[in-house]
Write a protein that binds this ligand. Structure first.
Ligand SMILES: [Zn+2]
Length: 322
């Protein structure tokens, strides 16, 4: 039943009377501070499908990592976003899509490859009430470590015993090209090693997709090149509703909705990434599309509003109808 002003006023009167008559209750059952983060899993409906946002953890990205960034404007945006000036914290999300007849994980976080602030995806999957063995398909937006390394256990074995691993053919080719690896900086070389290890662990159940392929029934691939050559998003459609999981179109919400021309140093092609970002922002704003992103504030469900050349992120309303 919706809460109305009439109910609220009636309730407030009773509560006020009760409070006046009582005395404060001493805190006998004080809970100790946990000193650990909680597990992040939050579910919403998209048509008749259920999509659960899963939090792998967070990373800190310093402003210098953004190409074309203006320091004064960045500081202003950080202040307007109630953030400390340096560094900027950004989440690493993944999404579990239950289509009813198939359980699909979109991206898999980091496993133990990026430090103690990350690697919580298995706990989040457990909190979502499913087992690793129930995951049928793992779709990968791109083969960067914060998206694909989580398909492995900390010992480097396949985490999902029954799932097929689906990657774009373009990303697979890029990360398996020795010339690309030899040219890469020392910082980027581990990306190649991680992508290859993950793919190798699923070699007997690896599938490559191209272009706007239907990744699985009801999930359409959307090429979003630039961040990596084969970077892609996925549109989930169910009963007339849709959700666009756009991977890494945005790495830092505080900056890149206002300044979509600021790219990140991890981009394989920063100019193309910025072009792709503007096109994606334009499309979802014009179509009023529900989106989710791997580095949007958890749970990352929302919409994009356009204001001239700038955009803003509008978090989605409470996501589940009981
Ligand atoms: Zn990422």
């Amino acid at each position: 039943m919706p809460l109305s002003r009439r109910h609220f006023l009636a309730g407030a009167g009773l509560a006020g009377g009760a409070l006046l008559a009582g005395t404060p209750v001493p805190a006998l059952a004080r809970a100790p501070l946990a000193d650990t983060p909680t597990t992040g899993a939050l579910r919403r409906k998209v048509g008749s499908a259920e999509v659960t946002a899963l939090l792998d953890g967070y990373i800190d990205i310093e402003p210098e990592m953004f190409i074309g960034l203006d320091a004064a404007e960045a500081a202003q945006l950080a202040e307007a976003g109630f953030q400390v000036p340096d560094p900027r914290r950004t989440p690493v999300n993944a999404y579990l899509v239950n289509l009813g007849d198939r359980l699909v994980l979109v991206d898999a976080g980091t496993s133990n490859s990026m430090g103690p602030t990350l690697g919580r995806l298995p706990a989040a999957i457990e909190a979502a009430g499913v087992t690793l063995a129930q995951v049928d398909t793992v779709l990968i937006t791109h083969m960067h470590p914060d998206h694909i390394n989580g398909v492995l256990t900390s010992e480097g074995e396949a985490l999902f015993p029954n799932a097929e691993l689906v990657v774009t053919a373009t990303d697979y080719a890029f990360w398996h090209d020795d010339a690309n690896m030899n040219q890469a900086t020392d910082e980027a070389k581990p990306f190649f090693v991680g992508a290859r290890r993950a793919a190798a662990a699923y070699a007997d159940r690896l599938r490559q997709i191209e272009g706007e392929a239907e990744a699985v029934a009801s999930i359409q691939t959307v090429p979003l090149p630039g961040h990596t050559p084969g970077h892609a998003g996925f549109i989930i459609e169910s009963d007339g509703e849709a959700l666009f999981i756009w991977g890494d179109v945005v790495h830092m919400a505080t900056y890149q909705f206002a300044r979509p021309d600021w790219s990140i140093a991890f981009d394989v092609d920063p100019d193309l990434a910025a072009e792709t970002r503007k096109r994606a922002l334009d499309r979802v704003a014009a179509d009023r599309m529900l989106i989710a992103g791997m580095h949007l504030p958890f749970p990352g469900f929302g919409h994009v509003a356009r204001d001239g050349d700038a955009y803003s992120f509008v978090p989605a309303e409470w996501p589940y109808e009981l």
